[in-house]
Design a protein around this ligand. Structure first.
Ligand SMILES: [Zn+2]
Length: 470
């Protein structure tokens, strides 16, 4: 992190913690976690015998058991022998997809079950320890109503119901419809077409007004001037820009236009290796946007590898029985489950399964080379969860990939906690377990620094927005 970013972060923490101290003085402690080891997310040595006190939605005290009194009558989560750490982020996911083979047909067929499906996905995610989820609404624009598609309203409603504590789920960051320069008739039917710089500004304003947190642009080779206009307008509206890149040439344009977050780089175009020069071009470190409404967003570019999407295909192919697991049957309505199950019988017809095994291997090697070239702090864990055959929630699998490619377990944890919070511009509120921040905390049975794989099945408690949801 740069000195400027660090100063901004420290300043915001001081403000946040003095507010929290005022809350602590007047407010009642509503929940405590006591005992065990704390990994706070900043990367320093863990704190042993930790106690966390929460008042309402915020963390008001972090200390050692012998020095921190838990007020009598406070509900306590006993975390002895376990690890307390920040809630995980899924930085590229889909609320309205469950791993079905044909996303377009699924959306149309189950349009009347949108709310139930998204609520089920939200619940599965938070139970797996995902307390923040960045949704990319691939099919937001596919209905005739376009910008006014009811899906946007339903997603915003879901976000509010979760924050009110009505239902269990992660914090949701929304993107709205994808912006594209490709005309609808040329295969861009799920996108909104941007033809001029004026269109770009209008779209950014519209997305900001409708409550989007991010702007997602299509995976194509953009006209630099047009894309730069989108980026400028997005930053003016306080939003960061996410894009997929499936080709080195496309990546060049994204970098030139100043796109903040680049997705799927290591998995798409996977059979081509990047040259050393291309790698150097990608590794730029992170830096703050100097001023304006986006000043809290740390500029990367950040890279969101979504390797588990390919791994899900390979896994399904080797082990098709996975779909029979009772947890999947419980997750969805009988029709949705039946749809998923029938997909499994036609695995070979799914186009992106071609060469999946080889692609996974090459992507793992590319990831290792990128880390070796110095890109460790720019990597963000993401999985494209909900994409075909990719069930919720495989973030821990991605952390294992990162460790295998050369990140330390601590860095891998940060790629799903502090780093995405910095990327999203909310590191003053989220991403670490520290005083003044919102209480999004998970408890793992065992020590993930010894074995990162524990995150897969040993998340035993989840606190989201100060409430225990698991
Ligand atoms: Zn996706």
């Amino acid at each position: 992190m740069s000195a400027v970013a660090l100063r901004a972060l420290v300043a915001s923490l001081i403000i946040a913690s003095s507010t929290a101290l005022a809350q602590e003085a007047s407010g009642r402690i509503t929940l405590a976690l006591a005992g065990g080891r704390l990994i706070d997310g900043y990367g320093g040595p863990p704190l042993e015998n930790a106690v966390i006190l929460i008042a309402g939605e915020r963390i008001v005290r972090v200390g050692q058991e012998s020095l921190t009194e838990v007020p009598p009558g406070t509900p306590v989560i006993d975390t002895n022998g376990m690890t307390i750490m920040p809630g995980l982020w899924e930085s590229h996911g889909h609320l309205f997809h469950v791993g079905e083979a044909d996303p377009g047909a699924f959306q149309n067929r189950f349009a009347d079950q949108i709310d139930a499906i998204m609520a089920a996905v939200a619940k599965v995610s938070v139970n797996a320890g995902i307390t923040s989820l960045r949704d990319f609404c691939t099919h937001c624009a596919s209905t005739a109503k376009g910008w006014d598609s009811p899906l946007h309203e339903q997603q915003r409603a879901l976000r509010s119901r979760i924050l009110n504590g009505e239902i269990a789920g992660p914090r949701i960051y929304l993107s709205g419809p994808i912006l594209s320069q490709v005309k609808k008739s040329d295969g861009g039917e799920n996108r909104f077409t941007i033809r001029t710089e004026r269109d770009a500004r209008a779209a950014a304003d519209r997305l900001a007004q409708m409550g989007a947190d991010n702007i997602f642009v299509g995976a194509e080779i953009w006209d630099v001037a047009l894309l730069s206009a989108i980026v400028e307008a997005a930053h003016g509206a306080g939003l960061g820009v996410d894009a997929e890149s499936r080709h080195v040439r496309a990546t060049d344009v994204l970098l030139q236009a100043g796109v903040d977050r680049i997705h799927v780089l290591f998995t798409a175009d996977a059979l081509a290796f990047n040259s050393e020069e291309e790698l150097r071009e990608l590794v730029r470190g992170v830096k703050p946007i100097a001023s304006g409404p986006s000043a809290n967003i740390l500029r990367g570019p950040w890279y969101l590898s979504t390797l588990p999407m390919r791994q899900a295909y390979v896994h399904a192919n080797h082990f098709p029985e996975v779909v029979e697991h009772p947890k999947f049957q419980e997750m969805f309505s009988p029709e949705v489950y039946e749809n998923l199950r029938s997909n499994w019988e036609q695995l070979h017809t799914i186009p992106w399964g071609v060469g999946a095994e080889e692609r996974v291997k090459v992507a793992q090697q590319k990831l290792a080379r990128f880390i070796k070239a110095g890109g460790r702090e720019q990597l963000i864990a993401a999985t494209d969860v909900g994409a075909p055959l990719n069930f919720h929630s495989p973030i821990p699998l991605q952390l294992r990939n990162f460790v295998a490619a050369g990140l330390t377990p601590m860095e891998a944890i940060q790629s799903a906690t502090l780093r995405p919070a910095q990327m999203q511009g909310v590191a003053d509120q989220l991403g670490t377990v520290s005083v003044g921040k919102l209480a999004d905390i998970i408890v793992v049975d065992g020590d993930p620094l010894q074995s990162i794989a524990l995150l897969e099945h040993r998340v035993v408690h989840v606190v989201m927005n100060g409430r225990q949801v698991k």
